[in-house]
Design a protein around this ligand. Structure first.
Ligand SMILES: Nc1ncnc2c1ncn2[C@@H]1O[C@H](COP(=O)(O)OP(=O)(O)O)[C@@H](O)[C@H]1O
Ligand SMILES: [Mg+2]
Length: 252
């Protein structure tokens, strides 16, 4: 199972945020992406998840070209992303946010409501149960009925992960899941990610906190100026002089 990113370019105005980015990722594993600010990491997630279209290049999931699929279609194919800045509905509670993230309720269509009320009730019960399981798994029970705008930074990141889990993904793209999170909660989030991985969910994780990331992933890629700079085991990559130059000598 692979996610193939082939020669992807994406410009904003005259500026190349992605410039021939190429990378193949084992989509069942734990894979990290690091790189200086502005390297194009979040843009890469946007293109891979379908929120933005590449100017050129190709994305394949398990060999199938997915460039034409919308974000919901990619989610149905098993791939979801989170955002660097959490996008929960702040006036809704944790539980309500998770309910809202569940895909394909029959109740979403009037036809479903009028002609299949029993089916709608069954689906709602199944969703409520999945929400309860997710809350328990993420240890969010104490804040389940709190408006999510009142959560701490770390709890918001856990809710983001929970919203991703509601679509039964096979691959989750996490954009800086540890940013603004206290060290204790970072440890907890890492444990949840590792456990989900043993259950068969793959992760690609963009992260600024190198120490946290290198404890979690066996492989990572370094991006700089819209391209792949290096790829491999964390220790080897971080020793690479080219990588050191990008971090220490390069512009921010
Ligand atoms: N929607 C956009 N419009 C214009 N410029 C953008 C947009 N998104 C990203 N950029 C620019 O592209 C570059 C890469 O951004 P981004 O992918 O967010 O980098 P990273 O996540 O690695 O910090 C940055 O210089 C950023 O300002
Ligand atoms: Mg970013």
């Amino acid at each position: 199972m692979t996610l193939e990113i082939r020669d992807i370019s994406k410009s904003f105005g005259g500026f190349k945020a992605l410039d021939g980015m190429t990378l193949t990722i084992d989509s069942k594993g734990l894979f990290g992406i690091i790189g200086p600010n502005g390297a194009g990491k979040s843009t890469l997630f946007s293109v891979v998840s379908g929120f933005q279209h590449a100017d050129s290049g190709e994305i394949r999931m398990d060999g199938k070209v997915i460039d034409k699929l919308s974000p919901p279609e990619r989610a149905r194919a098993g791939m979801v992303r989170t955002f660097q800045v959490p996008r929960e509905f702040s006036h809704l509670t944790v539980r309500e946010n998770l309910m809202a993230a569940a895909p394909g309720q029959a109740g979403e269509s009037l036809v479903g409501l009028f002609f299949r009320p029993g089916q709608v009730r069954k689906e709602e019960a199944a969703i409520a149960e999945k929400v309860a399981t997710t809350i328990e798994f993420l240890r969010l029970g104490k804040v389940a009925d709190v408006p999510s705008g009142k959560l701490s930074g770390g709890q918001k990141k856990l809710l983001e992960l929970g919203r991703a889990l509601m679509v039964d993904p096979t691959l989750i793209l996490l954009d800086e899941p540890f940013a603004g999170v206290n060290p204790v909660l970072i440890g907890e989030i890492m444990e949840r990610i590792a456990e989900l991985n043993t259950r068969g969910i793959g992760f690609v994780i963009i992260e600024h906190d190198l120490q946290a990331l290198t404890r979690l992933v066996p492989r990572l890629a370094v991006m700089d100026r819209g391209r792949l700079l290096a790829e491999g085991a964390p220790a080897a990559v971080l020793e690479d002089p080219v990588v050191r130059e990008a971090y220490l000598g390069g512009a921010s």
